[in-house]
Design a binder for this molecule. Structure first.
Ligand SMILES: [Zn+2]
Length: 501
């Protein structure tokens, strides 16, 4: 093979599906959501835009691109599709994306390998194991002898089918996900060594009956840090190629939901099985420590107004990054009632209120109902009177530790000042993961007493350095940590913590 450039195709279909959302995820979401790339306003990318979008970004695709240069292979992009986490992916949407991926893959001609960027937490109407189906169909195109390696989000619900088809599954090691780029590079290195016959990846997975609430998956502290320490120690052992701790996406009601411990060795299945079991036993022994008890709203606001600021109030019940409607009003209502000031609320998605703010115009007062419009799970619309401070196109670029360099879109955006509480009203759902979100609309977060973030854990990467205190608040919605509150029907039973085990 010397002298011939390896040809490796790449494709991405990313979705994290919260089956408790009232709305399904459609092609519109893949086309117009927050994370849809800028270079094509129609959302998913095809080959010609791929390099322009992802070169120099700390993303999985950015890692693939740099690895292709450093290792000297030709990277052949197909499609790249992502939508903000939300409800079940509709049949038409998944069919469309899958056929676009397969068609563009066929157009690549003969390839030596396929590098995918998948999430692992996808659930579609017909194919509940979305990624298993993608992998199987991709293998159908390239054949069983062509290696397939995929990255996975830390929130993947991994199926046996995924393990059987992929040569290696490379999951993120961090939550907040600050290692996407590194995992992209790692996946590329593994596939190149596999194609060259230098290694023979052999994977084993263990799945104890355990679901971990999102807030308990933060890798920066015990108990998740303890599990990751063991994973990293095993990864350093001879003959071990990769260790993936997939903490799970707890809000998909699916037979595969739950933590997965995956170990890939160089042609040693017994070692892989042994090490996966060792990790699984540790995870199981920590199960009660993964549970979190958030602070009631009234107590959280009392603390936020009395402690030195900035105090971060995490609205963990309504995180768009896990499917939340992003228009929950419970915290805002309580803050107004308590007379809070020097406060920012990031964000409330309400296209109607944005449009009313634009009509009202910068520098004018408006009275209107905001939030609580998506469903009945996030509190009622709240009548407010505020001053329209600023209107923006909602574009900004991440400068913090997560997804650095990636451009984000909030859609048309207005800042409404309600007696010292600045509410960022957006057209699209957006999880605050980077301080540029505030600065792009003229707000300096370090000068605030209270910052409300609709986020489970990702906010921590950028907000921890500026926070005097972080409080996880018990707010209504579809992303909170008490898994007994959700009407699970399809998960394996018994499973902790839904069942007492
Ligand atoms: Zn994730």
């Amino acid at each position: 093979m010397e002298g011939v450039l390896l040809r490796i195709a790449t494709g991405t279909i990313l979705h994290e599906t919260n089956t408790f959302c009232t709305h399904s995820t459609t092609l519109e979401n893949f086309k117009y959501d927050t994370l849809a790339p800028r270079s094509v306003r129609t959302g998913y990318l095809d080959a010609k835009d791929f390099f322009e979008e992802f070169t120099r970004t700390r993303s999985v695709a950015g890692g693939f691109i740099d690895a292709s240069k450093n290792l000297g292979f030709e990277l052949l992009p197909t499609i790249w599709a992502d939508a903000t986490p939300g409800g079940t992916v509709s049949k038409e949407t998944f069919d469309y994306l899958l056929s676009a991926l397969l068609e563009t893959l066929r157009r690549c001609g003969k390839v030596d390998g396929v590098l995918l960027g998948l999430h692992g937490g996808g659930y579609s109407e017909v194919h509940n194991d979305l990624e298993g189906k993608v992998l199987k169909e991709v293998q159908g195109v390239v054949g069983e002898n062509v290696p397939i390696v995929t990255t996975l989000d830390l929130h993947a619900n991994v199926s046996q089918l995924m393990v059987d088809i992929a040569d290696v599954l490379v999951g993120y090691d961090t939550y907040p996900h600050v290692d996407m780029y590194e995992r992209g590079v790692e996946a590329a290195e593994i596939i190149v060594s596999t194609i060259k016959g230098l290694i023979k990846p052999t994977m084993a997975m263990e799945k104890p009956p355990l679901i971990i609430p999102l807030q308990g998956q933060f890798t920066g502290k015990y108990p998740m840090s303890k599990l990751m320490e063991m994973a990293h120690a095993i990864e350093k052992e001879k003959a071990v190629l990769n260790v993936t701790v997939s903490a799970c996406f707890p809000l998909t009601d699916c037979v595969d939901t739950g933590i997965a411990l995956i170990v890939t060795t160089d042609n040693n299945i017994d070692l892989a099985k042994n090490k996966a079991k060792q990790l699984s036993d540790l995870a199981w022994s920590l199960r009660k420590d993964f549970l979190v008890t958030p602070t009631p709203i009234d107590q959280a606001i009392k603390d936020a107004m009395s402690l030195p600021g900035p105090v971060i109030l995490a609205d963990i019940g309504d995180n768009p990054g896990a499917g939340g409607a992003t228009d929950g009003t419970a915290l805002l209502r309580a803050l107004i009632e308590a007379g809070a000031n020097r406060t920012v609320v990031a964000v409330i998605r309400d296209p109607e209120a944005v449009s009313k703010s634009i009509q009202t115009g910068v520098g004018n007062q408006v009275t209107m109902k905001i939030g609580g419009k998506t469903d009945k799970l996030h509190g009622d619309p709240l009548e407010v009177t505020g001053y329209v401070r600023l209107i923006s196109d909602g574009l900004f670029r991440h400068r913090g530790p997560m997804a650095t360099g990636m451009e984000m879109r909030m859609g048309k955006t207005a800042v409404l000042d309600i007696k010292g509480i600045e509410v960022i009203l957006t057209e699209l759902r957006m999880q605050p993961m980077d301080l540029q979100l505030y600065r792009s609309v003229g707000i300096e977060p370090t000068e605030k007493q209270t910052i409300v973030v609709k986020s489970s854990v990702h906010y921590r990467a950028a907000h921890t350095p500026i926070a005097k205190k972080i409080i996880e608040v018990d707010t209504p919605g579809v992303t909170g940590p008490d898994l007994k509150r959700y009407p699970f029907k399809k998960v394996r039973r018994p499973i902790f913590p839904i069942d007492d085990m």
